[in-house]
Design a protein around this ligand. Structure first.
Ligand code: CP
Length: 304
């Protein structure tokens, strides 16, 4: 059985194939008839044990554009609250003849654990602080679309790197494709292991922005912190928030990214988020084509 559990398990050829397939689906979903019959015999369950707007809707739309049958599960309205385990929950769903599972879960490694215990293709839609592979794929795809290629580009990931699955998956994906990567944020939100991944560390936002071609601005994930990792939101914004004045003072136009959800006025001001320099909504749009590609490629291995 094939899975997409993390970027860690992919190679350059896998990413090239996903992007080539996404190019095709991007063209398809821009046609008046956006649907293809490719996955008519496949049933996919979207299991969300953690909140989501973009990822959940994007997967569902991708599945429907491919003509798959789709069922949706959200933990808050399920029997998980009655004590049912993850494996029991998923095996019950699979017994209804489901072929593929898309899962978001708060625990790091939940998808890897599940893949060892159930007989279905698993796509990780974000597992705690670990990985968010389809986000990293759509991020790289969006850089490629805006700048021509990822190889050789300088990308800084700014913010709460410590709690961010988006950061880790992006680091793996960008390094694999030959980009130069730095992380920037308060020391307390930069994990010690990050340099061992071949990533530079910068605690001065201006210097990081002067260096980069692309800045990926992350949200501070207060929901994953038991204590505060920096003095106050105002101080965070002063030191690590990007605003128009700061961008205009650089001697080049850099590309601004954000995976969402945005905290406007904290890590990014509205005039930057809504500017032509930002490709935030392109990222969301590309998410559908990337997820169609991932699902299609995995399903082609389970189709009779
Ligand atoms: N980027 C992202 O994962 O957003 P959601 O949490 O809304 O899915």
């Amino acid at each position: 059985v094939n899975h997409l559990l993390g970027i860690k398990y992919l190679n350059q050829a896998d990413i090239d194939l996903i992007f080539k397939t996404a190019d095709h689906f991007k063209e398809v979903i821009n046609r008046p008839i956006k649907k293809v019959p490719s996955l008519r015999d496949i049933t996919i369950a979207n299991l969300f044990f953690e909140n989501s707007t973009r990822t959940r809707l994007s997967f569902e739309l991708a599945e429907k554009r491919l003509s798959a049958d789709v069922i949706n599960f959200s933990a808050s309205s399920s029997s998980v609250s009655k004590g049912e385990t993850l494996i029991d929950t998923v095996n019950n769903i699979l017994s209804m003849k489901v072929d593929m599972v898309v899962m978001r879960h708060p625990n790091p490694g939940a998808g890897i654990f599940l893949s060892k215990h159930v007989d279905a293709s698993i796509i990780n839609a974000g597992d705690g602080t670990h990985e968010h592979p389809t986000q990293a794929l759509l991020d790289s795809y969006s850089i490629r679309e805006r700048l021509g290629e990822v190889k050789g580009k300088k990308v800084v990931i700014v913010g709460d790197i410590l709690h961010s699955r988006v950061a880790l998956s992006n680091i793996f994906a960008l390094k694999l494709q030959g980009a130069e990567v730095k992380v920037c944020g308060p020391k307390t939100l930069l994990p010690r292991y990050v340099e061992s991944l071949g990533v530079g560390v910068e605690t001065n936002l201006r210097k990081a922005l002067e260096w980069c071609d692309v800045a990926n601005m992350l949200r501070v994930q207060n929901e994953r912190m038991e204590i505060s990792y920096f003095p106050s939101t105002r101080e965070y914004t002063q030191q690590f928030g990007v605003n128009k004045q700061l961008l205009d003072s650089l001697d080049k136009q850099i590309v601004i990214m954000h995976p969402g959800p945005i905290n406007r006025g904290v890590e990014i001001t509205s005039d930057v988020a809504d500017s032509k320099q930002a490709i935030i909504l392109d990222q969301v749009q590309n998410g559908v084509a990337i997820r169609m590609a991932v699902i299609y490629l995995l399903a082609s291995k389970i189709k009779p």
